[in-house]
Structure formats: C-alpha cells, structure tokens
Design a protein around this ligand. Structure first.
Ligand code: HEM
Length: 468
C-alpha cells in the first residue's frame, strides 16, 4: 500500500517548524501559503508534517502518495471537518461544505449527487443559456474591458438555473446582492482567525462578528426559501434541485427545508467565484501563450464547424474530440488551482500517515499545489504552461490523475462536473467566436494572482473582435 507503514514498524512523531506562541506559524503563511508549505515539504520536513496555526496543530499533507493514503485508503479517518463556533453561526452544521462527517452529511451528499445526475439536462441547458448570454454581452463591449463581473454573474446564474430554473438579468441587482451576502463573512479575515483560534470569540468585536454571521445565515435562508417557494408555486415541469427535493422529501420539516437552503447557499458560495476565477485563469494563460491559443482555435474550428450551437456541441457529443482544448484547461487547472490548499479536513480517529503517528483532533490542510508542482512527476518543467503534457502520443487527451483541483476522496467537490462543463462551454463561447487580445497595459499582469481564500487572477482587460 503506497506510503502506509507495515504493522511492525514503529510510528514516528510528526516533524514540523517551530511556531511563535499564540500565532504559531500563521505569520509566515499569510500570502501564497501553498508555495511555502510545498517548499517546507521539499527542503525540510518531507511530505507529511505539522504546523501550528494559533493553538491548533495542523497536519499538512503534500504529494500524491500521501493524498492517496489519507483521502482514499484512510478516508474514514481523514474526512471530517473542523468544529468551530463561527462555523456553527455561518452554517448551523447544515449544508455540505462545513458539515461534520456524520449520517446527515452522508444522506445529503448522496441526495446532492443523485439530484445533479437526475437534473443534468436542466443544468446543461442552463449552462448553454448562460454561456450564450455571456457571448452576447461580450459582443456588445466596446474597447478594452474587464469582464470579471460578467463572468461571475454568468456562473452564479448557472447555480440559479440548477436550483430554481430561473435567471437574473445583468440589470437586476438581486443576484449580486445574494452572492455578496453569501461571501460577506467568509471573506472577512476574522472568519479564518476565529476558525483557527476559537477562544478569540470571547473578545467583544469577535463576538459581534459571530452574532452577525448568525443573522446573515438567517437572512440567506429566508431569501433562498422564498425562491424555493416561488419555484414550487409555479406550475412548470422543468426538473431542478428544488423539485428533486420535493420528490424525495414529500412533506419536509422546517429543519429539512433549512438544510436545503444552506445546501443551496453552499452551491452559490462554491459555484460562482470559484468557476469564474478558474475560467479567467484559462483566458489569461491563453493571452500569455498565443501559439497555444492559435492551436486551440484551430481545433475548435475543425471540430465545431457546422454545429448549430457550437457551445452545446462542445459540451455534449463533440467533447471527446476536443483533445487540445481540454488539455489547455487541464494545464490551467494544474498551474493555478483556485483552492490551492483545498478546505480544512479534520482527523476523526487516531491514525497514521506515511509512517507518522496522527492523533484524533488535528486539523488537516491538503496542499493541492504540492501535487500540481511535484518536480518528480512534472519533470523537467513543472512551472511551464505546456498543454501537450496532457496528450498521449496519438494526440488524445489523457488524464494523469495528478491534477486534482477538486480534491479527491469522499469530501471531493460535488460540483466538479458542473464546473468542468461550464468552463469548457465558456472557453468555446469566447475563443470560437472572438479574437481575444489583452490590453497593452495589462500584458505584464502578475501571474502569481491574488492569494486570498480563492486564488484569482489580478484584474486585466480584454478586447474582443468577432472572428470570420
Ligand atoms: C472550478 C471550480 C471549482 C473548484 C476548483 C472546486 C474545488 C473544490 C474543493 C477543492 C473542494 C474541497 C474538497 C475537500 O474538502 O477535499 C470542494 C468542495 C465542494 N464543492 Fe467545489 N469546486 C468548484 C466548483 C463547485 C461548484 C460549481 C459547486 C456546486 C454547484 C461546488 C460545490 C462544492 C461543495 C458542496 C463542496 C463540499 C463537499 C463536501 O464537503 O462534501 N463546487 N470544491
């Protein structure tokens, strides 16, 4: 078994850096922590070590082998989520994102996965509609424009289509207000601080922040349940997440309805800024690699020529022919995973990893970045954008299994298929229809990106010229 210790082998204590009292190593990890953590693995401690964030001992997991052992082979031990007062306020242990691992999590995760499969046609139609709206908006732009807000509202509308079969016009601020409210607490640095150093919640300003998170959750639940009620009052037969819910829970309790609302809040949270940033990274890499862009556009022309809807063709029956385009997206996912250290997990029982003792109760930080930049696997040029590394000798797209922006194992992303389909659709909508160029003033935009909760590109402007 890769990386596991034999029964007779003595388990070792975890190595790790010394940390300051109270803050631990948090100060060295404020920006681009994924890079520092990968460097510590490579140069100092090996793939598995512990770091102190505040009073919490966190197990940092680096490299493909350690990921496999923890999240696949020992999934029961490593699939928990942390418990914290601020999380209780923000989610009340409902939804999936921050939900403790228990029977309710299993039940609702199964429901979400099965429902996405059942309503896949609605989701696909929603993606096509939103992508075509985005394309139309791009064609109306004059001069050079930052398209971030347009992309973000397109992605958020896909979530609205998935949940309620409805969309919002760009002029309607309701969608933007909802996304802003959903992100309000988690974007605030106090959220992470309270997550890792819970006793700070006794300070008056922190205690106010927790009460505010609680009242924001209630506001969000109210808004989403009102939308669900509007949806059920309509006499339409498009299946969506709300209709799936009422099929399974015929007479839902108040608690079950709240669970549904928090789950949909998770989808808004996990399915808007994430996909928008991942797509913008693909666009930016194309601006930096004009030869790759040209080759991708040639493939799109060859494969999609004559399709009544190139976007629909690309995400349905033509997808398997778009080898180079998918390799481009895969390479962009590899170089800029938007959640480079994933989400914290939690160790649920005394266990081990790569021969080290791992006690119950540790926080776990899965360092996806370390897998994507592993010098052994991606030699000789892990830092270089090279789509060809995801093609086999015949030029067919091949998955290496070592590009894991959605995580792996039981807690991996439930929206992966939606996200991958949206990004492919948007790449087609943009590069099949337009010649895209970056504003001269942004040609040297810093490719490191903005290292906050989500790794996003710094702002840049584009110019769109219709292709013949
Ligand atoms: C490019 C886009 C996306 C990326 C890179 C991404 C990545 C991730 C990652 C890394 C995790 C945590 C995995 C772990 O804890 O091990 C996650 C969890 C999750 N994602 Fe995504 N995600 C994306 C889009 C979406 C979308 C579109 C949705 C839904 C509409 C979604 C819903 C969720 C949910 C509900 C979870 C929590 C799963 C659980 O804890 O059981 N994500 N995602």
């Amino acid at each position: 078994m890769a990386g596991s210790q034999s029964n007779n082998e003595e388990l070792r204590d975890l190595p790790g850096p010394w940390g300051f009292p109270i803050v631990g190593s948090a100060l060295s990890l404020i920006k681009y922590k994924e890079k520092s953590l990968s460097q510590w693995a490579e140069e100092d401690y090996g793939d598995v070590y512990k770091v102190r964030f505040g009073p919490t001992d966190t197990l940092v997991i680096n490299g493909f082998e350690a990921f496999q052992e923890a999240f696949i082979e020992k999934a029961t031990a490593y699939s928990g989520r942390l418990e914290a007062k601020v999380l209780k306020a923000a989610r009340d242990n409902k939804g999936l994102f921050f939900k403790q691992y228990d029977d309710l999590w299993t039940k609702w995760r199964k429901f979400a996965r099965e429902s996405f499969t059942d309503i896949w046609h609605t989701i696909e139609d929603g993606i096509v509609t939103e992508t075509e709206h985005l394309q139309e908006s791009l064609s109306k732009l004059e001069g050079e424009s930052d398209i971030k807000e347009l992309v973000l509202s397109s992605m958020a509308n896909v979530v609205m289509q998935t949940c309620f079969s409805r969309r919002y016009e760009a002029t309607d601020s309701a969608l933007n207000d909802l996304v802003t409210l959903v992100y309000a607490d988690i974007r605030d640095p106090k959220f992470t601080v309270l997550f890792l150093v819970p006793w700070l919640g006794r300070l008056p300003s922190m205690s106010r922040f927790i009460s505010n998170a609680d009242s924001n959750r209630q506001k969000i639940i109210k808004k989403l349940l009102a939308l669900a009620d509007e949806r059920t009052a309509e006499n339409r037969d498009t299946p969506d997440f709300v209709t799936s819910f009422y099929k399974v829970f015929e007479n839902p309790t108040r608690e079950e309805k709240e669970f549904l609302a928090v789950l949909m809040e998770d989808f808004v949270f996990a399915g808007s800024t994430t996909t928008a940033s991942a797509f913008l990274w693909v666009v930016l890499f194309m601006m930096k690699n004009p030869e790759t862009k040209k080759r991708m556009q040639q493939e799109l022309d060859n494969v999609l020529k004559g399709c009544p809807s190139p976007v629909r063709g690309a995400i349905t029956h033509k997808k398997d022919e778009l080898h180079y385009t998918r390799a481009v997206i895969e390479e962009s996912f590899r170089l800029r995973p938007i959640a480079p250290t994933s989400l914290f997990h939690y160790v649920q029982e005394d266990t081990s990893l790569m021969g080290y003792k791992v006690p119950k109760g540790m926080a776990v930080m899965p360092n996806i970045w370390s897998v994507h930049y592993d010098k052994k696997f991606w030699a000789p040029d892990p830092e270089t954008f090279r789509a060809e590394r995801h093609l086999d000798q015949s030029g067919a797209f091949k998955k290496s299994g070592h590009v894991i922006p959605f995580g792996i194992g039981w807690r991996s992303c439930v929206g992966q298929r939606i996200a991958e389909t949206e990004i492919l659709a948007d790449v087609v909508a943009m590069f099949y229809k337009f010649d895209v160029t970056i504003a001269a003033s942004d040609a040297n935009v810093d490719m490191a990106g903005d290292s906050a909760a989500i790794l996003s590109p710094y702002p840049f402007k584009l110019k769109f010229t219709p292709r013949n």
